[in-house]
Design a protein around this ligand. Structure first.
Ligand code: LIP
Length: 267
């Protein structure tokens, strides 16, 4: 089956909205959301909504494209034969979701032969939906978005995040101690996909985080890049688990140099 990026995006967006309705309705139905299990640490939680949403997304995508591959945060990977692989975070910002904070997202990306070609990030709480196809610009609810015009790190509003392991968090805090006086201010919103979309929309001038998984990064990274952001790792590496950075071009170089000097891509 051929892989037209616009068609992949349309399927991803329809599916993300349906999954978003499911998780939002489940959250609004209860005062307190139960933890269904934990993963890497006792604070790395999963809810029944995470697994239900990923199951819905998998069902919808495979009904439309049964021979594609799939990589999901909760239920692992399925190899495909078409060259199209779906990279899915059913709820990015699960801790926010657990606590009822309206900063979580359904993130679905379509990779074609290993390159992200279409991505959608949908915030069910706000209803906002960011979309992009490779080379087609970035969009929020159908309107084009672009990164900010910030040109000095000292004036930059910078997002970041922390891992679930206490030792890594201590290291990330040590890096943050040096970043805070070098920038306007810091925001820690708790959902990487939405942080990346915030850079795309100029709501943040930059974002960096160590330890992101492919499903945190795939869709939001494309959206940020299509909005004009520099999306990379450090020391010439691509954005990935060691370090992911998205920044308006006016501050990307300064922030990259600072994070390299601080060893932000190392424990
Ligand atoms: C989250 C990321 C966030 C990071 C959290 C967590 P999850 O993903 O979106 O940026 O700081 O530690 O990894 O676990 O909610 O899918």
């Amino acid at each position: 089956m051929t892989a037209d990026a616009a068609e992949l995006l349309a399927l991803a967006e329809k599916t993300a909205r349906e999954a978003g309705d499911l998780v939002r309705d489940r959250r609004e139905a209860v005062e307190r959301m139960a933890v269904a299990g934990t993963k890497s640490t006792p604070t790395d939680v999963v809810t029944e909504s995470d697994t239900a949403a990923e199951a819905l997304i998998r069902t919808r995508l495979f009904a439309a494209r049964p021979d594609d591959g799939f990589l999901g945060e909760e239920d692992g990977s399925v190899a495909g034969t078409t060259g199209v692989d779906w990279v899915v975070d059913p709820i990015d910002g699960t801790v926010n979701y657990l606590y009822g904070l309206p900063q979580y997202a359904v993130s679905i990306a379509a990779q074609v032969d290993g390159v992200v070609r279409a991505g959608v990030v949908h915030n069910p709480a706000s209803g906002e939906t960011w979309t992009a196809v490779l080379g087609g610009g970035a969009w929020l609810d159908g309107r084009p978005v672009r990164v900010s015009a910030c040109s000095s790190l000292s004036l930059a509003l910078v997002g970041t995040g922390f891992g679930y392991d206490a030792g890594r968090r201590a290291r990330q805090a040590a890096v943050l101690l040096e970043v805070v006086p070098a920038v306007r201010d810091i925001r820690r919103a708790g959902a990487a996909a939405l942080d990346l979309c915030a850079v795309a929309s100029g709501r943040l001038d930059a974002y960096y985080e160590r330890g992101l998984n492919p499903w945190d990064l795939a869709a939001g990274g494309l959206i940020a890049a299509e909005a004009g952001a520099v999306v990379s790792g450090l020391r010439g590496a691509p954005a990935g688990n060691d370090l992911a950075l998205a920044a308006t071009p006016g501050v990307a170089g300064e922030l990259t140099a600072l994070l390299e000097r601080l060893g932000a891509d190392r424990d």
